[in-house]
Design a binder for this molecule. Sequence first.
Ligand SMILES: Cc1ncc(C[n+]2csc(CCOP(=O)(O)OP(=O)(O)O)c2C)c(N)n1
Ligand SMILES: [Mg+2]
Length: 356
Amino acid sequence: MPPVTAPAAERPSDTLPRNQLLELYYYVRLTRDVEERLAILYRQSKVVGGLYRSLGQEGESVAAAYALDRRDVVAPLIRNLGAILTRGVRPRDLFAQYMAKATSPTRGRDLNIHFSHIPPPDSDEPIIVGPISMLGDLVPVVAGVTLGARMQGRPRVGLTFVGDGATSTGAFHEGMNLAAVLKLPVVVIAEDNKYAYSTPIEMQMAIERIDQRADAYGMPHQMVDGNDVLAVYDAAKCAVDEARAGRGPSLVGVDTMRMKGHAEHDDMRYVRPDLLERWKTQDPIARYRAWLVEHGHASEREVDDIAQMTARYAEQEARVAEEAPLPDPATAARGVYAADAWFEPRLELVKSPFSE
Ligand SMILES: Cc1ncc(C[n+]2csc(CCOP(=O)(O)OP(=O)(O)O)c2C)c(N)n1
Ligand SMILES: [Mg+2]
């Protein structure tokens, strides 16, 4: 299968204007700052349930989602908080959801990033499909969402993420096959972050690279450096453009590393220390920051101002969510079943200070 690669001379990121290059930096920084605030709230026992960090992987989540058009569909996994922020979800909603507050997108009825945003079919707002805990199942779901949109005459490209562990499931196979035979406009980001909980990648697959999974479906694929923000953006943008042009689905494998345990409670004693040492030097945010400065897109001062802005924003948004009430226990059974549509799920999406 030919890889989905742009000719080296014309990478999509070459034409990104400065405000968009800085906007990418804003979102990767915001992702890290929101997660760092969440880690503090977790230690204060204010987070209900687990916290699943994307430390070291913020770049791929943000850059892949950034390649979408506004109306497109994103179906993130638990570790893709960056994709949700990039689609315009307010940090306060994420904090409220993690703390199960009454103001959260699901009114405290579910946790972490388990919520969706399904605007009316003719809306120009993005569709956000909430993560599904059964690993691999998001692939058939996102295939179905894009099939539905196509049948309604309002096609949208769908982007989803799968972990290395999730690619070993039956649902992944079914979804990939469905997307391939129906030529659905689906882009799958397959994350080789070296572990599925404590299972190392070599115990997960007997192929050399995760993107080779796509060969079985006749799908174009390529592997990129997942800690290079612009490399991920370029690969995802080419894949999204191909999908939109009717040339079907593709898979982008990202080579990255989970720099924290599976969740905050996991001390990851099973991770080889030399792996962590090596990947520490490949931090996606530090690398992108250095690139921006080196190529004259921003001064040290300007990138530091952005980092200060996102840190302050994350702190303020966390405070708004902390001050919000918990749900009234008397209403606990309300709004759980469709027949009792007690509240309208609502999500107010926001733009970044760098959007035009
Ligand atoms: C079908 C299924 N099997 C097992 C689990 C339990 N489980 C939750 S997360 C996880 C590890 C996932 O690893 P990976 O897909 O590589 O994603 P990562 O956590 O590395 O981002 C497992 C085994 C699950 N949620 N669903
Ligand atoms: Mg993994």
